[in-house]
Ligand binder design. Structure first.
Ligand code: NAP
Length: 283
């Protein structure tokens, strides 16, 4: 975490090409996602979407650092995918810092793919949300991904290849009553991703955002309100893992899961009054 933030400044293309060539050989050049020797960190991989993503990346040949908070669950997923467990409570800045150092050490000095997936929600009226939970949610869902990106991207940029993938949410795109702080955190991630994508253009480090709707994981029970609607139907976490893989292998900037979710986002953008009317009628 002692990286100088100025290292984010865009490097000259020629310099990057040279670095990629010397660090990774030709396969490491920009555009190639060949995983030989590449190391990926998946946060929140002890459960749900993160566990599915860790398995998918491991199958594709990445060496996966499996992050979680629950030590037992994290170790189980790591054993299953042949990865390395790393534990930290991302709502605590000091643990985020420690995790970044641990990740670089566990990856033998390199980290090529950062999947910022860990997060939790909270459902209910905004003014009923405990202040401590507001702080923890913003820390884990927004501040931690920013801190990890800041700590781990300079190394990718120096090697001329890297991927940062954020698991956002449709809540962050549209806003959802009863999930105000969660939606704000995810919207913040979106803008952060968009901004660093612009800063990193031409460096070989691509930034992707996956935007899931409803996914069949423990997320809803954990946030204190199970998902009871019949539509939209929850998608399996593997679908989200495939979307993360598209960001990693193809450098995709944005993937909705399911794909039709881009429609309400587009309607809200071009016809906000119509969107508000539809939302008030159909939720
Ligand atoms: N499920 C959905 O419908 C849905 C929809 C849109 C977006 N998302 C997003 O997808 C991501 C993954 O959620 P999921 O659905 O897979 O839920 P999940 O099964 O509850 O998994 C959440 C993961 O995040 C970790 N985590 C939560 N708080 C943490 C903290 N303070 N410090 C460290 N790790 C923490 C958990 O670790 P431990 O279990 O070890 O504590 C777990 O590995 C989240 O960012 C969520 O916002 C989910």
């Amino acid at each position: 975490m002692s990286e100088d933030p100025r290292r984010f400044e865009r490097a000259e293309n020629a310099e990057n090409a040279e670095r990629a060539e010397s660090a990774d050989g030709p396969e490491g050049a920009e555009g190639s996602a060949s995983p030989t020797g590449r190391v990926a960190l998946v946060t929140g991989a002890s459960s749900g979407i993160g566990a599915a993503t860790a398995a998918t990346l491991a199958r594709r040949g990445f060496r996966v650092l499996v992050h979680g908070r629950d030590e037992r669950a994290t170790a189980q997923v790591a054993a299953r995918v042949g990865g390395v467990p790393v534990c930290a409570d991302l709502a605590r800045a000091v643990e985020v810092e420690r995790l970044a150092d641990q990740v670089v050490a566990a990856g033998g000095g390199r980290l090529d793919v950062l999947v910022n997936n860990a997060g939790f929600g909270w459902a209910g009226a905004f003014d009923a949300m405990p202040t401590e939970t507001v702080g923890r949610l913003l820390a884990a869902d927004l501040a931690a991904p920013i801190a990890l990106t800041r700590a781990l991207v300079p190394g990718m940029r120096d090697r001329g290849w890297g991927r940062v993938v954020f698991v956002g949410s449709i809540a962050g795109r549209l806003g959802v009553g009863g999930e105000a702080v969660y939606a704000a955190a995810k919207a913040g991630l979106d803008r952060f991703a968009q901004s660093i994508r612009a800063e990193l253009r031409g460096t070989g480090v691509e930034v992707g955002v996956v935007v899931p709707g409803v996914v069949a994981t423990a997320f809803f029970e954990r946030r204190g309100e199970p998902y009871t609607r019949t539509r939209p139907r929850p998608v399996p976490p593997d679908k989200v893992a495939d979307a993360v893989l598209r960001c990693v292998e193809r450098g995709a900037a944005e993937v909705y899961v399911p794909r039709w979710l881009r429609v309400p986002v587009a309607v809200q953008a071009v016809a906000p009054a119509a969107y508000r009317w539809l939302e008030s009628r159909f939720g």
